[in-house]
Design a protein around this ligand. Sequence first.
Ligand SMILES: [Zn+2]
Length: 77
Amino acid sequence: MPNTLAELERQRCKLFKEIAHVGDMRRGSITATSGRCGKANCHCHDPAHPGQGLTYRLTYKIEGKTVSEYFATATAL
Ligand SMILES: [Zn+2]
């Protein structure tokens, strides 16, 4: 596959156009937790208990340390 300068420039131009359409971004990953605690005998594990709903957590690294942020509201998420 020939990677001529013209072909590489064309690819770069295409990538820039694609990146321009990407929305808001954060580095890291968002995971959902069930809102139930780690204690198996706790009342929140009762199937009749409403629980606290899904909560979301953003995890990323700063200078090699893992940092987690929790979202208090849907707007924050
Ligand atoms: Zn609990």
